[in-house]
Design a protein around this ligand. Structure first.
Ligand SMILES: *Cc1c(COP(=O)(O)O)cnc(C)c1O
Length: 406
């Protein structure tokens, strides 16, 4: 695959470094173009949130903020990150583990909207909001009864720790009057992750709308917003078929026009927004042969880029050849061979791509993993084995800058 941005500034930067290369590189110009085109195709009545757990770096949040409705967060730490990066952006606070102190912190930060994931969360928030003298808006997160399309991860339609089962939602709606500090303004569904099929995603949204309309009628609820979650996928296979976003947006417009719908839709995407804006570059530090197979060792690995091992896939990559070779021995390498790309950790699980064919790969060449902008650095266990962290490099308007943020 060709990258959607140039890596020349990165190559020039790395050429001036002595230590073996190891860096994340994010192109913020590309990110801005991407969010403009994503949001630009949406029908009018759809609020677009960015789910910051996919990549919560300040430059990323600041690039996105002017183009989106707000941020979806899932911890008090994320509330603070979002507020620091873009104080004027609304926040929706989700997550199954909201504790009392976290909710207090969120109330103090004037979070605009809460996604309630359990009966106890409802009681906690109501109690703490009363103590703070506030009334706040909530959506109830639903785990629906119906089954869902195929996707890499499923969070609903089966037993999970997320949201509130459909029948329990109905009990809560029967008793909403008890929660005097909460204004229930709608429902939230986030059922699948990494779905690549726009048609099945639309069918799911149709079911969400039907259920919302039926509850609205039955309970006389003034529904303002239906949040249909994230979960729009990225196909990591080199010849993969990408999610048909224009088709999806046209379908949403038709759904919104067809029913008697007086509420807005909201969505909160992570992966789809930031996956393509970043890559992870590492240097080959050794190549060896073991029991007739070839192995390359990389400066870095799954402690910095856990995505391929958590998904158990071969992550797409490119080889960037380099020419200098300082050691007094022939340069180890392979030509037209299958090779396994391993990290520097002392565990056989530290593999980023297994038995993949390369045209040529030598020690001191660079390997660039594509589509590493979402769930790359941010889901990784950075300090296992105490290796130095990768450089985190951003490119914007011809300038490079760096962050030390975790
Ligand atoms: C993780 C998450 C998202 C974002 O999911 P993507 O698959 O990255 O789009 C949205 N909403 C909730 C509740 C989540 O947990």
């Amino acid at each position: 695959m060709t990258l959607p941005f140039s890596i020349e500034p990165l190559r020039r930067h790395l050429a001036g470094q002595d230590a073996p290369a190891c860096a994340y590189y994010y192109d913020l110009d590309h990110l801005e173009q991407r969010i403009e085109s994503i949001v630009g195709e949406l029908p009018d009545n759809v609020r677009f949130y960015y789910a910051i757990k996919a990549n919560s770096d300040t430059p990323v949040l600041q690039t996105l903020a002017p183009h989106i409705h707000g941020f979806e967060v899932a911890s008090l730490g994320e509330v603070h990150k979002a507020r620091r990066a873009a104080p004027a952006s609304p926040i929706a606070f989700g997550g199954p583990g909201k504790t009392g102190p976290e909710l207090e912190g969120a109330l103090a930060a004037d979070v605009e909207l809460y996604h309630i994931e359990s009966y106890l969360q409802l009681v906690r928030l109501n109690t703490l909001a009363a103590r703070a003298g506030k009334t706040v808006k909530v959506l109830l997160r639903v785990n629906p009864r119906f089954t869902l399309p195929d996707a890499t991860l499923q969070m609903a339609g089966k037993p999970t720790q997320f949201g509130i089962d459909q029948h329990e939602i109905e009990e809560i709606l029967d008793n909403l009057g008890r929660y005097s500090q909460l204004r229930c303004v709608g429902f939230h569904f986030h059922a699948i992750s990494n779905n690549l099929d726009a048609h099945s995603h639309l069918m799911l949204v149709r079911r969400y709308i039907e259920l919302t309309l039926s509850w609205q009628r039955r309970y006389g609820l003034p529904v303002e917003v239906l949040n249909i979650g994230g979960g729009i996928g990225i196909d990591y296979a080199p010849d993969g078929r990408q999610f048909d976003w224009p088709h999806y947006c046209r379908g949403l417009a038709m759904l919104l026009e067809s029913g008697d719908i007086a509420f807005s839709l909201a969505m909160e995407c992570g992966r789809f927004v930031t996956a393509t804006c970043g890559c992870y570059v590492t240097e080959v530090t050794d190549i060896k042969r073991s029991h007739d197979e070839h192995f390359a060792i990389l400066r870095g690995g799954s402690h910095q880029f856990r995505l391929p091992s958590s998904w158990q896939h071969n992550h797409p990559f490119q080889v960037l050849p380099t020419e200098s070779w300082p050691w007094p021995c022939p340069r180890p390498g392979v030509t037209r061979q299958n090779i396994t790309l391993c990290g520097e950790l002392c565990t056989p699980k530290d593999v980023l791509a297994r038995r993949v064919e390369v045209e040529q790969l030598r020690v001191a060449d660079l390997v660039l993993f594509e589509q590493a902008g979402a769930y790359g650095w941010h889901i990784s266990h950075h300090d296992f084995l105490s290796h130095p962290h990768p450089a985190r490099i951003y490119h914007r308007n011809g300038q490079l800058f760096f962050t030390e943020e975790h």
